[in-house]
Design a protein around this ligand. Structure first.
Ligand SMILES: NC(=O)c1ccc[n+]([C@@H]2O[C@H](COP(=O)([O-])OP(=O)(O)OC[C@H]3O[C@@H](n4cnc5c(N)ncnc54)[C@H](O)[C@@H]3O)[C@@H](O)[C@H]2O)c1
Ligand SMILES: [Zn+2]
Length: 372
C-alpha cells in the first residue's frame, strides 16, 4: 500500500487490555497511521468512518488519514473541533451526533478519534451514545492522551465548568499509539505528559522509576526507540488497574489520582495557566512531602521522589499563590457528606496508600511550603 508517512510503519510494542468481551489491543510504534488506514480499509468497500480531530491535529494527521481511507474506498468524513477544553461540551457532542447521522454512520461503522484527550473524550462519548453505541478507535496525539486518557474507556464532556460531569465508561475497539506524532507537540504539552509518566513510576513501579532516571535525556528528546517502551510501560500499569477496577468501584482505580488533589486545586486557582500534568507534578511534590511529614515515606525515598520530578524539569518553580484560596479549592475535592479529605500518600517509591487521618495543620504546612 502507498505510504504517506515519512517514517516506515512499525509496531514495536503491543498490549492487551483484559476486560472480557470488551478487551482490546493497544499497538505502540512508529508511523502507525498507515497501519490504521490499512486496518480500517480491511473492513471492506462501503464501510463508513467518522474521523474527529481538532484544528491542530486535523491538518497534521486527520486529513491525511481521511485521504488515505478514501483512496481505499472507505466513505470517510472529517469533523474538526476547536482546540481546547471549551470544546469538551454538550454543544460539540450534539454537533458530532448530527454530523454522524448526516454521514450515514450505522451501528457497524466506526468513529476514529485523532487528537489529544479533548478530542478523545468528546468523540468517544458521542460514539458511545450515537445509535446506542458505535465502536471507536483512539489515535491519541499528545503524550498525556497516549499514556492516560486513551486507555481505560472513560469518556465525557464537561457540564458548564464542572469537569467530566456527563459521560460513559466506553472502551475503545483499538488504540494506536504512534510516537512519531509527538514531534510536533509544543513543549508544554510534552511536560504535561511527562508529569503523568512520572506519576506511574511514583505510584506503582520502582523499576520504572529507575528506567526513567537512567533514560531521562533520551525521554526528554522524545527518542523513537525509548518512547515506545516508556509509553507501553505506563499503559501496562494503567490497563492492569483498569482491568481490576474498570468502573472505579473498588477504589483501586482512584490510586491513579496520585498528586491530583493538590493538582486540581492548583489548576483551579491558576485558572489553568498550568497544564494538567504540570499541576499534577506540583501535586505529587506536595504529596511526597506530606507523606514524609506523616512519617510514612523515609527521608531517603523522599529525596528520590523529589529527584525524579527535578530530572524532568517538573514542579521546579516557586508559585506564590494565595494559601487560603488553595485550601478552599482543595476542600472542593471532598466527597459529599464527609468532613475529611482522603489523601493518596506514598510509602515507598512505587507504592501508595489512601489515608484519611491527615491532620489539617500538616496539609496547611505543606501548602504554605508549595505556594506560599
Ligand atoms: N478519559 C480519561 O481517562 C482522561 C484522563 C486524563 C485526562 N483526560 C482529559 O484529557 C484532556 C486533556 O488532554 P490533552 O492534554 O491531550 O489536551 P488537548 O486534547 O487539549 O491537547 C493539547 C493541545 O495540543 C494540541 N495537539 C494535540 N496533538 C498534537 C500534536 N501531535 N502536535 C501538535 N499539537 C497537538 C491540541 O490541538 C491542543 O491544542 C482533559 O480534558 C482531561 O480531562 C481524560
Ligand atoms: Zn491526570
Amino acid at each position: 500500500m502507498p505510504s504517506t508517512n515519512d517514517e516506515k510503519s512499525a509496531v514495536m510494542e503491543q498490549l492487551r487490555v483484559d476486560l472480557g468481551g470488551r478487551s482490546y489491543d493497544i499497538l505502540i510504534g512508529r508511523g502507525l497511521r498507515d497501519q490504521l488506514a490499512a486496518d480500517l480499509a480491511a473492513r471492506g468497500e462501503g464501510s463508513v468512518c467518522a474521523v474527529v480531530a481538532d484544528k491542530n491535529t486535523a491538518p497534521l494527521f486527520g486529513e491525511p488519514l481521511v485521504e488515505e481511507l478514501r483512496r481505499f474506498g472507505v466513505r470517510a468524513g472529517m469533523y474538526v473541533i476547536e482546540p481546547g477544553e471549551e470544546s469538551k461540551c454538550l454543544a460539540t457532542f450534539e454537533w458530532l451526533l448530527h454530523e454522524f447521522k448526516a454521514l450515514g454512520l450505522k451501528r457497524h461503522d466506526l468513529v476514529v478519534s485523532v487528537g489529544g484527550g479533548v478530542v478523545g473524550d468528546v468523540s468517544g462519548f458521542a460514539a458511545g451514545c450515537y445509535m446506542r453505541g458505535v465502536d471507536y478507535i483512539q489515535f491519541p496525539t499528545t503524550l498525556l492522551s497516549q499514556v492516560d486518557s486513551s486507555v481505560g474507556g472513560k469518556v465525557a464532556v464537561n457540564l458548564g465548568s464542572t469537569k467530566n460531569y456527563c459521560g460513559l465508561f466506553n472502551q475503545p475497539r483499538q488504540v494506536y499509539l504512534d510516537v512519531s506524532v509527538l514531534k510536533s507537540l509544543p513543549e508544554r504539552e510534552v511536560k504535561s505528559g511527562l508529569g503523568e509518566v512520572c506519576k506511574y513510576a511514583l505510584m506503582a513501579d520502582a523499576e520504572l522509576y529507575g528506567f526513567l532516571m537512567e533514560n531521562a535525556d533520551a525521554i526528554l528528546a522524545l527518542d523513537d526507540e525509548i518512547m515506545p517502551k516508556v509509553i507501553a510501560w505506563c499503559c501496562h500499569i494503567k490497563s492492569e488497574v483498569v482491568a481490576e477496577d474498570e468502573r472505579e468501584t473498588t477504589g483501586i482505580r482512584a490510586l491513579l489520582n496520585y498528586g491530583h488533589t493538590f493538582g486540581h486545586a492548583l489548576e483551579e486557582i491558576t485558572d489553568f495557566a498550568l497544564s494538567h500534568g504540570e499541576a499534577v507534578a506540583y501535586g505529587m511534590k506536595a504529596a511526597g512531602l506530606l507523606s514524609n511529614k506523616m512519617g510514612i515515606l523515609s527521608d531517603e525515598e523522599y529525596e528520590m521522589h523529589h529527584a525524579l520530578l527535578s530530572r524532568f524539569g517538573l514542579a521546579d518553580k516557586r508559585l506564590h499563590l494565595d494559601v487560603d484560596r488553595f485550601m478552599e479549592a482543595m476542600n472542593a475535592d471532598k466527597k459529599a457528606g464527609t468532613d475529611t479529605l482522603r489523601y493518596i500518600l506514598a510509602s515507598h517509591i512505587g507504592v501508595v496508600e489512601v489515608r484519611e487521618d491527615v491532620p489539617l495543620e500538616l496539609v496547611q504546612e505543606v501548602v504554605e511550603w508549595l505556594v506560599g
